[in-house]
Write a protein of this length. Structure first.
Ligand SMILES: Cc1cc2nc3c(=O)[nH]c(=O)nc-3n(C[C@H](O)[C@H](O)[C@H](O)COP(=O)(O)OP(=O)(O)OC[C@H]3O[C@@H](n4cnc5c(N)ncnc54)[C@H](O)[C@@H]3O)c2cc1C
Length: 427
C-alpha cells in the first residue's frame, strides 16, 4: 500500500464551516490570511436553497429579520430590490378546527367562549414565582394551566421533542413571546401581536441568495468545499482532513459544539454534560395549483394528532402562483429518520393538509425531504454553564466557537453575523 503524501499548510485564521457564521467571519478578515474548510460540496449550511421548476425551497423557512438597522440596510443594498420581498408577518395557529392569531397567549379572546373562560380564569389563578425550575415551570407560572396545556406545552413538546422540564427557563431567550396579564387583556380591545420577526425580508430565489453575496467578498480558492475536518489537536494547533494537515494561529469553528468536542478528543466531557438537541425533518412540497388562502405565511399546529408542528407557504411569501410549502416535524436526537419513515410522514402530511383544508384536489408535483440535525439545541441550566466555561478554556488556546451551533444557543442568522464580527474584532 502506497503512503498518501499529506499536504501541510500554515494558516492564520482557519475557519471551520461555510454556513452564515463561517462566511461572515471570513468577510471580516478577508484581507488577511484565512481558509474555510467545509464538509459539504455546497456552501451555506442551513442557509442553502433548492430551486426546482416552479418552486423555491429552503431548509425550512429562512427569513431575514434584523434588529440592527445597519445589517438590514446592508441586506437591502446587496440584494436588488426586485429580488427581495418585504413582508409584514401574517401567521396563525390552527387550534381545535379554527385559526387563532399568534401568539396564542395574547389571542385567547379568539377562542370559543368556554375555552376562553378557562384560559382567562387560569390566568388569574396562576402561581407566579420569583424563580422557576424549568421552561415548563415558567409556562405554568406565567400563563396558567389552560394556556399552557392548550398550546404552549403541546406545541413546544412537538418542536423540541423532549420533556420541557429539561429546558432552562431562558431556553428561547428573546424569541419567546412573553405577555403579561394587562397586555393580554389590552390585546382583546386592540390587537398588537408584535414580535422579533414582525416584518421580514426574503430573497425570491431563497435564502441561498444571501449566502452567494457573502461568498462574493471572498476568494473562491480559500473556501475548500468537500473537505471534512477529521480531528483537531488543540495543543499542536493542527486540524486534520483526509489529505491535509493545517497549522493555525486562530481556529474559528461554527461546527456543532458536540461534534467539535469529539474532534478535539474530549468526548468524555459529553458523558458528564450531554448536549442534547432535536432533529427536524423538513418536507418541501410543490403542488399544481395556487393555495386556498393566499395571505398566511406560516401556521403553528399544537395538536398531537397532526404530525407536523409548523407549515409555511413559500408561494404566499414570494408571491408565486403554485402552492409551495415547507413542513417541519420534530424528532429526538437519537431517532434514525429512515426513507420508510419519510414516506410515511409524507403520506400523513398530505392527509393532514386535506383535513386542515389546506389542500383539496391539489396534486403533489414535486417534493424533497431534508433532515436538520441538530436543529433546535436543548438549552439547559447545565449546558449554559458548561458551554460558557468551555468557550473560555478554548479561547486560551486561540479557539473561538461561533454561531447557533458553535455556541449551542437559540439564535437567528443576524445573531450569527453579529457574533462573527464581534469575535473577529476581539481577536
Ligand atoms: C427549523 C429552523 C428554522 C430556522 N429559521 C430561521 C429563520 O427564519 N431566520 C433566521 O434568521 N434563522 C433561522 N434559523 C436559524 C439559522 O438556521 C441559523 O442561525 C444559521 O443558519 C446558523 O448558521 P451557522 O453558520 O452558524 O451554522 P450552519 O449553517 O449549521 O453551518 C455550519 C457548517 O459547518 C459544516 N460542518 C459540519 N461539520 C463539519 C466538519 N466536520 N468539517 C467541515 N465542515 C463541517 C456544515 O456542513 C455547515 O455548512 C432556523 C433554524 C432552524 C433549525
Amino acid at each position: 500500500m502506497g503512503k498518501i503524501n499529506r499536504c501541510e499548510r500554515k494558516i492564520k485564521y482557519l475557519i471551520l464551516g461555510a454556513g452564515v457564521s463561517g462566511l461572515s467571519f471570513a468577510n471580516n478578515v478577508r484581507n488577511q490570511d484565512y481558509l474555510i474548510l467545509e464538509k459539504n460540496s455546497e456552501p451555506g449550511g442551513y442557509c442553502r436553497s433548492t430551486v426546482r421548476g416552479d418552486y423555491v425551497w429552503d431548509y425550512a423557512g429562512h427569513f431575514f429579520h434584523f434588529s440592527r438597522p445597519d445589517l438590514k440596510k446592508r441586506f437591502r443594498e446587496v440584494l436588488q430590490s426586485d429580488d427581495i420581498v418585504y413582508r409584514q408577518k401574517n401567521t396563525k395557529i390552527f387550534y381545535n378546527g379554527q385559526y387563532v392569531d399568534y401568539p396564542f397567549q395574547k389571542n385567547i379572546h379568539q377562542l370559543e367562549k368556554q375555552e376562553m373562560i378557562e384560559c382567562l380564569c387560569d390566568l388569574f389563578e396562576k402561581h407566579e414565582k420569583e424563580n422557576y425550575d424549568s421552561f415548563l415551570d415558567m409556562l405554568y407560572g406565567k400563563f396558567g394551566v389552560s394556556i399552557t396545556e392548550k398550546f404552549l406545552k403541546p406545541y413546544n413538546e412537538k418542536l423540541y421533542a423532549c420533556n420541557l422540564n429539561l429546558l432552562d427557563v431562558e431556553a428561547m431567550g428573546r424569541f419567546f413571546p412573553y405577555a403579561n396579564l394587562s397586555e393580554i387583556i389590552q390585546n382583546m380591545r386592540k390587537s398588537n401581536n408584535d414580535s422579533y420577526n414582525n416584518d421580514f425580508l426574503y430573497p425570491k430565489e431563497g435564502a441561498a441568495v444571501f449566502v452567494r453575496h457573502l461568498l462574493n467578498g471572498l476568494n473562491p480558492d480559500l473556501v475548500h468545499l468537500g473537505e471534512e475536518v477529521r480531528s483537531i489537536d488543540i495543543d499542536q494547533k493542527t486540524v486534520v482532513t483526509e489529505s491535509n494537515t493545517y497549522h493555525y494561529d486562530y481556529l474559528i469553528s461554527s461546527l456543532p459544539l458536540n461534534c467539535f468536542i469529539r474532534l478535539i478528543g474530549k468526548e468524555n466531557l459529553l458523558e458528564e454534560h450531554p448536549l442534547s438537541f432535536n432533529q427536524v425533518l423538513v418536507l418541501n412540497l410543490g403542488f399544481d395549483k395556487p393555495s386556498i388562502d393566499r395571505d398566511i405565511h406560516w401556521i403553528y399546529i399544537p395538536s398531537p394528532d397532526t404530525n407536523f408542528y409548523r407549515a409555511g407557504f413559500y408561494n404566499n411569501i414570494i408571491g408565486s402562483e403554485k402552492l409551495s410549502m415547507y413542513i417541519e416535524i420534530g424528532y429526538g436526537m437519537e431517532e434514525i429518520i429512515t426513507s420508510e419513515i419519510i414516506e410515511q410522514q409524507l403520506e400523513q402530511t398530505l392527509d393532514n393538509l386535506h383535513r386542515l383544508g389546506i389542500i383539496q384536489d391539489h396534486k403533489l408535483v414535486d417534493w424533497q425531504a431534508l433532515v436538520m440535525s441538530p436543529a433546535y439545541v436543548h438549552i439547559t441550566k447545565d449546558s449554559n454553564q458548561f458551554v460558557k466555561q468551555l468557550m473560555n478554556e478554548l479561547s486560551e488556546h486561540q479557539i473561538y466557537t461561533i454561531g447557533r451551533y458553535g455556541q449551542w444557543k437559540y439564535c437567528s442568522i443576524e445573531d450569527c453575523m453579529v457574533d462573527a464580527a464581534e469575535v473577529s474584532k476581539r481577536i
